[in-house]
Design a protein around this ligand. Structure first.
Ligand SMILES: [Zn+2]
Length: 458
């Protein structure tokens, strides 16, 4: 694949933009240790204060509200005919893995500005988008631009865990009767080779129109244990592992959802490899074959099916000749389009077919709905991305992890997930050691946001 910076264009635009200041503000945000499950609200409140004192034009034009630890900024537009837009992401970060603190070139919460990068936890996921959105809006307002469309800026407090912050902000907006034209959240955007789609000559990036659902299913089996010479009826370990393998041995039927169909429509002209080249000539007629092909491909299978990943098992015996007592396991599922937790539970009960195995969800949400790829929001975002990234094929696609965006479906039918800050592929390291943001990528992403906000909201 090409050097990422060969894809950058129009970097001279918005020359008066204060990039140095923007880097310092992002650095300060990284220094606030806003780990999702941190008991102390102080790091979150410090980010609130940082926002309030750093963006005077936003504060003058709008209203800042703390919704618990989350942030909602309302910037009223002059044209009531235009439905509002929401630019969002989250201020929480995942923790640094214990024991790896010393592996960081610069301390994980230093926000060091060095070697052309801003370093630290959250620089890629996703304080870059929080501050990028703020910088873009501040710049436009400082240039004397006025909002025609009402804009909300919303930053959740627990995207990495429970999404309660985004849900609370969404509920608040709903209670105010808000209905959005579109929203932009993280997810997607990263540049990649088209190889997995049979298009090795293409460079692709995704604008995600849906996200998969999420479920942690706990399986519990009771037993008093005892001497292992009398395992009548099977040990708890035996019954539990049988239940797990039964679930894994019954994968969910693969399907090509509307969004994946749009992905294939968009990549089709660049596909040179079989079998996809021939199959995509008639997607309708070959839908089943395409689904089956994806199912056997390690990169594409999450797009066509509900994935099954057993992750935790607890309670095994400490001695070889003692039967285990109560045991439990957790299977993590990522639900494909059209799947919800009720359907998933029914499926699991049927295939396990053992009433002594108790099933309960620790956490679950259905797959999101699918935003339109032919609507206003998608077209405007794609235009802004294409303006700054040349020779990239933008594909409507699916977020296979989770984001906060699904919490807003009750007030928005165009939830777009795309990070405009393109990093070299070998430096894409959200949640990892030495997470960092190249200043050049930060600047280019801000240009995308300025253009998008200017053309859609001013
Ligand atoms: Zn994130």
């Amino acid at each position: 694949m090409k050097d990422i910076y060969e894809l950058f264009q129009n970097e001279k635009e918005y020359e008066g933009f204060d990039l140095e200041g923007a880097c310092e503000r992002l650095s300060k945000a990284v220094q606030c240790r806003s780990v999702s499950d941190c008991e102390d609200p102080a790091p979150f409140l410090a980010i609130h204060e940082l926002i309030k004192r750093s963006f005077p034009h936003i504060m003058a034009a709008g209203t800042f509200e703390a919704v618990d630890r989350s942030v909602l900024i309302t910037l009223p537009g002059s044209d009531p005919e235009l439905k509002p837009a929401l630019f969002m992401s989250h201020i929480d970060v995942v923790p640094v893995v214990a024991g790896t603190e010393k592996d960081w070139t610069y301390d994980a919460y230093s926000g060091a500005i060095a070697e052309g990068c801003i370093w630290g936890r959250g620089t890629q996921d996703i304080k870059v988008q929080v501050f990028g959105e703020l910088e873009a809006m501040e710049y436009l307002l400082s240039q004397g631009k006025k909002l025609r469309r009402t804009v909300y800026l919303a930053f959740g407090q627990d995207e990495e865990t429970f999404n309660t912050g985004a849900q609370a902000v969404s509920d608040l907006l709903k209670s105010r009767g808000v209905s959005l034209e579109f929203l932009l959240d993280e997810g997607g955007g990263g540049v990649d080779s088209g190889e997995k789609y049979g298009a090795p000559g293409a460079t692709v990036a995704s604008i995600n129109l849906m996200e998969k659902g999420y479920a942690d299913l706990k399986l519990s089996v009771e037993s008093k244990g005892g001497h292992s010479s009398r395992p009548f009826g099977g040990t708890s370990l035996e019954r539990l592992s049988r239940a797990i393998t039964r679930v894994c041995d019954h994968p969910f039927e693969p399907t090509v959802c509307r969004t994946l169909r749009a992905t294939f429509e968009a990549i089709k002209p660049w596909v040179t490899e079989e079998p996809l080249k021939t199959l995509l000539e008639d997607i309708d007629a070959n839908e089943e074959k395409i689904a089956a092909y994806c199912m056997g491909n390690k990169d594409l299978f999450p797009f066509v099916t509900t994935t099954i990943a057993p992750t935790i098992i607890t309670g095994s015996s400490a001695a070889p000749n003692v039967m285990p007592q109560n045991m439990s396991a957790v299977i993590n599922f990522r639900l494909a389009a059209g799947y919800d937790p009720e359907k998933l539970m029914a499926h699991c009960r049927a295939v396990i077919d053992d009433e002594s195995v108790k099933l309960e969800f620790l956490q679950s949400n259905a797959a999101s709905s699918e935003a339109r790829s032919d609507g206003y929001g998608y077209a405007m975002l794609k235009e802004a991305m294409e303006h700054y990234y040349k020779d990239v094929v933008f594909l409507p696609s699916i977020t296979i992890g989770g984001t906060d965006a699904h919490c807003y479906e009750q007030i928005c039918d165009t939830c777009l997930r795309c990070g405009p800050f393109m990093m070299p592929q070998n430096e894409q390291g959200a949640h990892g050691t030495n997470e960092k943001m190249r200043i050049r990528s930060f600047a280019q992403g801000i240009r995308v946001l300025i253009r998008l906000m200017d053309r859609t909201c001013m």
